[in-house]
Design a protein around this ligand. Structure first.
Ligand code: 13P
Length: 250
């Protein structure tokens, strides 16, 4: 049985006190959720505050990114070991916004994944095509290239700790969601890609999350697909009720 996961990527939203309020609201309402791994990824300034608040709850805590360097003169960066020491146990890597605005390549993401794993963080690694690539029917090729690039030299023993998120860029923050068939088709393809890199047992145990305008009204039909094991939620994760409602959509 694969782990069903609903992860909330807050992105660059909320002030410190608004973030604390949202964390506390989630902690208060969380008992309603069963058999689903809930994860939140607040901005770095809230990581340690969240770790303290989540201590006795089984909500996971992720960073939204980490550096591809272990330490040193990299102004503004946060390392994997810093994240771990602040209480995170997951890290989102290779988000399309990082790829688009900060020119992160699969090579850079691969370096981050290695540092994340080395520091005992579970990487949630992202892939997904832009609209033009989808329209030109290149999405399979693009996603396979991203996955192969990100997973270079990652051993099977390390890979079993990784979660993959498929996020079509055209669906992120646009209100446009992949149809359940589109999601299933590409999630199945991702599992097949992992089977080819590793083996079928590893592929079958991998949790693959869908991200892109996922909300309470469409989560059920997306999560009903055999290869969709949950969601990476942006906008809707900023509202505790909506986020919890999504986690009840399996
Ligand atoms: P939205 O749910 O706001 O479309 O964002 C998805 C996402 O990018 C999560 O990482």
């Amino acid at each position: 049985m694969r782990t069903q996961i609903v992860a909330g990527n807050w992105k660059m939203n909320n002030t410190f006190s608004e973030g604390v309020d949202l964390i506390n609201e989630l902690v208060e309402k969380f008992d309603a959720v069963k058999e689903v791994q809930l994860i939140i990824a607040p901005p770095f300034i809230l990581t340690n505050e969240a770790a303290k608040a989540l201590k006795y709850k089984t909500i996971g805590l992720a960073g939204q990114n980490c550096s591809n360097q272990s330490h040193g003169a990299y102004t503004g960066d946060i390392s994997a070991s810093m994240l771990k020491s602040a209480g995170a146990n997951y890290v989102i890597l290779g988000h399309s916004e990082r790829r688009a605005y900060y020119h992160e390549t699969d090579q850079i993401i691969n370096e981050k994944i290695k540092l994340g794993l080395k520091n005992d963080l579970i990487p949630i690694i992202c892939c997904g095509e832009v609209l033009k690539e989808r329209e030109e029917n290149k999405h399979f090729e693009i996603v396979a290239k991203q996955i192969n690039g990100m997973l270079k030299e990652i051993s099977p023993e390390d890979f079993i700790n990784i979660i993959i998120a498929y996020e079509p860029v055209w669906a992120i923050g646009t209100g446009k969601t992949a149809t359940p068939d589109q999601a299933q088709e590409i999630h199945q393809f991702i599992r097949e890609t992992i089977k080819n890199i590793y083996d079928s047992d590893i592929a079958n145990n991998l949790s693959i999350l869908y991200g892109g305008s996922c909300k309470p009204s469409n989560a059920k039909e997306l999560f009903a697909n055999p290869d969709v094991d949950g969601g990476l939620i942006g906008g809707a994760s900023l509202n505790a009720d909506e986020f919890i409602e999504i986690s009840k959509s399996f």
